[in-house]
Write a protein that binds this ligand. Sequence first.
Ligand code: IFM
Length: 471
Amino acid sequence: MKIKFSNDFWWGTAISGPQSEGSFEKKNDSIMDYWFKQNKEDFYNFVGPSVASDMFNQYENDIKIMASLKLNSYRTSIQWTRLVKNIMTGEIDEKAVEFYRDYFTKLKEKGIVTIVNLFHFDMPIELENIGGWTNKKTVKLYAQYAENCFKLFGDIISHWATFNEPVVPIEGCYLYKWYYPKIVDFKKGIQAGYNTILAHAKAVNIFHKIFENDKSKKICSILNLTPAYPKDNKPENIEAAEIRDLIFNKSFLDTMIKGEFPSKLVKLFASEDLLPEYDSEELAEIKKSYIDFLGVNYYQPSRIQSRLTKWNDKKEIMPEKWFENYEWPEKRINPHRGWEIHPKTLYKIAIDIRDNYNNIPWIVSENGMGVENEDKFLNKENQIQDDYRIDFIKEHLYWLNKAIDEGSNCFGYHLWTFIDCWSWGNAYKNRYGIVSLDLLNNKRKIKKSGYWLKEVIENSNEIEIDEDLVK
Ligand code: IFM
């Protein structure tokens, strides 16, 4: 069977500053730099973020590789801790401006549209020390940083993102101890989430004011959506799945697209005295804000049931007070990452955006597969034969294409990621790139999946799909 995407479809890859650039010449530490200095043992093979994929030094060559693969778009992020010399005053580092201007200009010269994201988990440590997103001072400084970015790079960059996966730092820093400072405090997490939404709103309102006469400039937020499937049709399981969706998906999705917090979520948090500190001026700022498009990172759904045991109220309250994860017996899993593979959920997301979110233009801003020990798939020419990744992409594209045919307004697909990158605590354990990275010498080599993507583009965006793969 053949599927086809429109001729102007965006094909590209996504990555982030802290995971690709390395910390060369950076004047400030992010929580990730700091955490590594404190606890190297928390990182796979003791590998930290200082070199990452060496893109700080090799971006020019990397852009040539992207262009050779015919990719027309890309996403990366500016590191706040690089661009700003003095975090508390917002003073800009002119050397960093030179670096980013050259990087973005070189992309533009190759005809690659870049979405520039402003925050990808990399809170400056100085701000974390005053409470990070729980402190409104961070919101103020973020808004100033965002305004500076729009003014410094707005002549080169048309497409922007305020945040990548804003729910992840809440989960990682305030609930499940994935990231420094590994606090377990749901109420603080809710305050941090609310302040993140406020920071986003301030940034997009500033953006729309600066570019009010230039409709080519567009801004989004990038959300990792994990739709919740109830175990079965029992009302208590449906209710549990609905709550999981409210907390992890709709909290950001509804607010950023509709300007309002879901009322059921507000009631739920109020019933447990979890509401954040807010005022009417802030709510008006959020209400006024809007995004021009949405970025959706899709990896896996969630499988949910109601609690099998009563929540112990003596324990610290957690979102799991209202639901439990459920092991779906038919679950197909990526064993390296432990994440479910369920391509059809991308169709569900696409139709939900069409029907419930004004059919806003959107892009698959991340989708991909992390695999350990990819070296075992090297052929004689030293090229990784990642056919599993090609199949993974095809399956997702099949469901995406079907949703687009049915009217969902998706304009592109970005793979995570361009080159094998540093993945926080997992460091270089799982490889995601369509270009491999040799950690011994930082050499790059295009994987089979990279050439496959090039072929798709050269073949007028047509893809041959084996029916067995998508039945
Ligand atoms: O590496 C991360 C990225 O920072 C955010 N999205 C998921 C990726 C893979 O785990």
